[in-house]
Design a protein around this ligand. Sequence first.
Ligand code: HEM
Length: 145
Amino acid sequence: MTDAAPMSFYDEVGGHEVFERLVHLFYQGVATDPVLTPMYPADDMDGAERRLTMFLAQYWGGPNTYSQERGHPRLRMRHQAFHVNPDARDRWLGHMRDAMDELQLPPLHDATLWDYLQRAAHSLVNTFEPTPASTTPTSTTKEPS
Ligand code: HEM
């Protein structure tokens, strides 16, 4: 027993199934969000779900499928194309929090994952400009009645 490798967080928390459920619940929330939805590829939401699941699984010590399929994560670079301001960040985190609340992980696992997600989300903010009007449904100009 002494030479057993320490268990990864990925294994401890429940393996692939847990990350899959987390990300699936998360994207259900994103789908209801008027600021975030327009950023995501409407025709490839399954792909988006898979990419985030694989990334998180790999980060926490699971299989390295993400890197095999996508190469180096370079998350800051990959998010440059999106308008990640504090509002988008807080919405993203809000949907993650809701998803985590549904999962009901043990408190220490919850805290570990949540702490990481918060730090990662803060590090990906790339603008302080307000959300461009063209991506918000409320910008649809209506004829005055
Ligand atoms: C801060 C708010 C965030 C916003 C608004 C945001 C938005 C997006 C969008 C629109 C995509 C493209 C979806 C796709 O086609 O895959 C994406 C991809 C991705 N995001 Fe985020 N994201 C945020 C935070 C995060 C965080 C905190 C992480 C990691 C912990 C993350 C990890 C990823 C990954 C792994 C991908 C797929 C990259 C690829 O391989 O192309 N994102 N994100």
